[in-house]
Design a protein around this ligand. Structure first.
Ligand SMILES: *Cc1c(COP(=O)(O)O)cnc(C)c1O
Length: 386
């Protein structure tokens, strides 16, 4: 058994990352300087998107994307509950209501067939989450969004660096949001981004990020002089700092390295779990390359309860975690968002939640760390299967 705690995820910070941050601290700009547009340009290029707009975190990015999609009071979005609460919270910020479609048990992704019955004349957007780093069913979801004439948004908090049918995640939907929280693919501490190919959305996103204030003379209603700018809508201060953007640029240079290492670890887990009667790995579809933000497995409940599995792995210093408590299950959603009804309508989400746990996976995990997880899994296999 390992003698120190192995977290399920953590950042990888290099000396170059640290130097990049220190350089900004010595420069003239701590915010709104040259690092932000440079970081945006590099993310856009990496993902094949025309525009990338940086935000202070992934939740702000979602809030802005929903605003730009025209979502407001009384509108609805259709999304998944197998995600971090922020995905649907951002709709609530705007006075809109989330509806929860069920998931595919093999992947944990939103199931296109369970979306169709939820579409009505209040629906403004379909929001997919690339759970664990596996891209959503883009073609099916885009077709659904087109036929309903609603926006298609991807919460790609897990999937920077992933590919769908040879195309990078980031420009596969009307808008894609990323998070640069410490456990995500690359980090800026806190940070986020929205990517889009549409100029009008880009303009709205930028206004939303900076108080709704317009400075570009081409878009001003009046012009009273060189100092002049206009607040044209009620926006927020959702900006990233140059300090953070410099860290992001430095981190981005290691994106492929990060994904390669995550995929190596995932391959080791898959190989080991092939014959397991206790833990089932999720599917990786043949036409995608997952970013493996997480490595969730489903526990065979007839042999071992998930809670027991978590407790025993924790005793062995393996920091497994559960992703996610379905959003509708949180007390706020139970009280204010009809949570109990959604619970009944999402049997796969319920089943998935009752069995899922995430094994540790992050770029700086050593081969010994991986081996210690496999040893702990074997121990359970012997104890509960024999
Ligand atoms: C991390 C995460 C977010 C929120 O990102 P923050 O940067 O923490 O605000 C949203 N959705 C999903 C699926 C996430 O994992």
């Amino acid at each position: 058994m390992r003698n120190n705690w192995l977290a399920y995820g953590r950042q990888s910070i290099s000396e170059d990352d640290i130097a990049a941050v220190v350089d900004v601290l010595h420069s003239d700009w701590l915010t709104q300087g040259p690092m932000i547009p440079e970081f945006e340009k590099r993310i856009a290029t990496t993902c094949g998107a025309k525009y990338a707009i940086a935000f202070s975190n992934g939740t702000a990015a979602l809030h802005a994307a929903y605003y730009a999609a025209g979502i407001g009071v009384g509108d609805e979005i259709i999304t998944t509950a197998m995600t971090f609460a922020a995905t649907s919270n951002a709709a609530l910020y705007l006075g809109a209501t989330p509806k929860f479609a069920d998931i595919d048990l093999a992947t944990g992704l939103i199931s296109p067939s369970s979306i169709a019955p939820l579409i009505d004349n209040k629906t403004k957007a379909i929001v997919a989450v690339d759970y664990a780093g596996h891209p959503s069913d883009i073609d099916e979801l885009q077709a659904l969004a087109n036929s309903a004439n609603v926006a298609f948004i991807v919460d790609g908090a897990h999937s920077l660096g992933a590919f769908y049918k040879q195309r990078p995640v980031g420009a596969l939907a009307d808008m894609t949001t990323f998070s640069f929280h410490a456990v995500k693919t690359i980090t800026t501490g806190e940070g986020g981004m929205v990517l889009t190919n549409k100029e009008d959305l880009c303009h709205k996103l930028k206004l939303f990020r900076t108080h709704g204030i317009e400075k570009n003379p081409a878009f001003l209603i009046d012009d009273e002089g060189p100092w002049y700018h206009e607040m044209q809508m009620l926006g927020y201060n959702y900006r990233l700092t140059d300090i953070q953007a410099a860290l992001g640029i430095s981190q981005l240079s290691r994106l492929e390295q990060f994904i390669d290492r995550r995929r190596q670890i995932a391959a080791a887990y898959r190989k080991h779990l092939q014959d397991s009667a206790l833990f089932l790995a999720l599917q990786e579809k043949s036409f995608v390359k997952s970013a493996y933000h997480l490595f969730p497995v489903l526990v065979n409940k007839e042999k071992l309860e998930r809670k027991q599995a978590v407790q025993e792995l924790h005793k062995d210093n393996i920091g497994v975690q559960v992703h996610y408590i379905p959003s509708y299950k949180h007390p706020y959603y139970q009280i204010h968002v009809n949570g109990k009804e959604w619970q009944k309508k999402c049997p796969n989400t319920e089943e998935f939640y009752s069995r899922v746990l995430s094994l540790p996976i992050f770029p700086d995990m050593s081969d010994d760390d991986v081996a210690s997880v496999l040893t702990a899994l074997d121990k359970l296999e012997h104890k509960y299967i024999g």
